[in-house]
Design a protein around this ligand. Structure first.
Ligand code: ATP
Ligand code: MG
Length: 421
């Protein structure tokens, strides 16, 4: 595959990779491209996550590279892995390893091994291929488990019968590849996947959550969620998850609205939209969900419960603002996407796009200049100005000045109680 490597791997990587391989040869080590990049190279899909496996000590090799190049080195001694961070690219090096599982779901025990050992510990045959980068057999494909043939037959196949029970994240990963590539599970793999769904219970919350986050980076994660629903994987994670057509439609809408960085959180908020308060707490605990993400999800359901207030015929903009301002913006966004009411949708969008960015033209200093004293009076005047601005009652700076002056003279206690901070 020498020619494919030259065509496929971007120039800036290629030079670095060749330099690493040359040093490896000098040290009596061998380096291979492995995993996703090999699979995607054979499929003709772009992938610039370069994973290298070293037969020999990858950490020492990476240290050798770092001694003479402008590169930041990050080392994980326990796993025998190293990251080389160049200005604009990162390379991952791993010592070829053998793994054994003490118990299902646990992290494996690791000892050094050959490329073949390293490939058999992988999730699926299509991810268990390596390409040599050594000078004497540069470009040779190592495919001891027939991954290339499975790629051709469009099959997802595990490498041994206990694969899913050793590590049930592979159930989630497998469905992800199945949907991404439009492949099928090989018959025996499909059977074992179904058998081992209960093994999801052996996984830590962090591991399940990471796989869901991985799924949420897919181009169309709803396909994966739907399939996980059909297979009974979702209900194993939380008993009232559905993953039906509703999710597909909402995920699709979410993509039209949000920047990629915020999408995963929004997907999580939509995923839990039909859960009850008790179920969501169980789900957050099960996935050991971080505080910020938990808040967005809880807010989503809290706001969902008070959406009827948002559907009333007459609401002033300022009233909408005060009803929504305490929720995480992504929770508001999730409800805008999820709500079946056009009125609610438009109001929530208006809040997100306009209202929450509205500021008074006058600041505290300027109000002081108008004779308003710092402290509670100032707070009230600012709130009244802000509301008036939201409601279009003041438009210009001069309008605000006039209103502020009238408030100074007039009765600021007329501020309705429910709108106070
Ligand atoms: P993607 O395109 O989704 O990133 P990838 O193949 O690069 O696909 P990663 O999650 O980046 O997937 O993992 C890199 C490689 O590590 C995989 O190709 C696979 O060989 C191996 N791997 C990852 N997770 C597991 C696992 N749970 N069990 C076995 N092997 C795994
Ligand atoms: Mg990858």
């Amino acid at each position: 595959m020498a020619r494919q490597i030259e065509q496929y791997v971007p120039e800036q990587f290629l030079e670095l990779v060749k330099d690493i391989s040359k040093r490896a040869t000098e040290r009596g080590q061998r380096v291979y491209l492995v995993g996703g990049i090999v699979r995607d190279m054979l499929l003709g899909y772009p992938n610039f996550d370069i994973d290298l496996v070293v037969e020999g000590d990858a950490v020492k090799l990476a240290q050798n590279v770092a001694e003479t190049s402008q590169v930041r080195l990050l080392v994980h001694h326990r796993f025998g892995t190293a990251k080389l961070k160049y200005d604009n690219v990162t390379l991952d090096l791993a010592t070829a390893r053998k793994e054994t599982y003490k118990r299902p779901g646990a992290l494996p025990t690791v000892t050094p091994g050959t490329l073949k050992d390293d490939l058999i510990r992988r999730d699926f045959s299509i991810n268990a291929m390596g390409i040599s980068l050594a000078a004497n057999d540069y470009g040779e494909l190592f495919d001891p488990y027939n991954g290339e043939s499975d790629l051709e037959r469009q099959l997802i196949r595990i490498l041994h019968p206990e694969s899913f029970s050793d590590d049930a994240t592979r159930i989630l990963r497998g469905v992800c590849y199945e949907q991404r590539f439009g492949f099928e599970f090989e018959a025996k793999t499909a059977q074992l996947l179904k058998r081992d769904i209960p093994m999801l219970d052996t996984l830590s919350g962090d591991r399940i959550r990471h796989e869901l986050e991985h799924i949420f980076e897919e181009r169309r994660p709803e396909l994966v969620i739907k399939r996980l629903g059909e297979l009974g994987v979702l209900t194993r994670i939380s008993s009232s998850f559905k993953g039906d057509g509703w999710i597909a439609e909402k995920f699709d809408r979410a993509r039209g609205l949000k920047k990629p960085a915020q999408l995963p959180t929004l997907y999580f908020c939509l995923l839990i939209y039909s859960l009850s308060e008790t179920k969501i707490e169980q789900f957050l605990a099960r996935l050991n969900m971080p505080a910020k993400l938990s808040r967005a999800m809880r807010d989503t359901l809290r706001l969902k419960a008070s959406l009827p207030l948002m559907d009333k015929s007459s609401l002033k903009p300022s009233e909408i603002y005060y009803l929504l301002r305490d929720y995480e913006p992504l929770a508001v966004q999730a409800n805008a996407i999820a709500s079946e009411s056009v009125v609610v949708h438009d109001r929530l969008q208006l809040f997100l796009k306009k209202m929450r960015h509205v500021r008074t033209s006058l600041d505290g200093e300027e109000l002081k200049g108008l004779g308003i004293s710092a402290g509670p009076e100032m707070g009230k005047v600012l709130r009244i100005l802000h509301r008036a601005k939201l409601d279009g009652e003041v438009k210009t700076r001069e309008d605000e000045e006039k209103l502020a002056i009238s408030l100074r003279a007039g009765d600021v206690n007329s501020e309705p109680e429910h709108l106070r901070d």
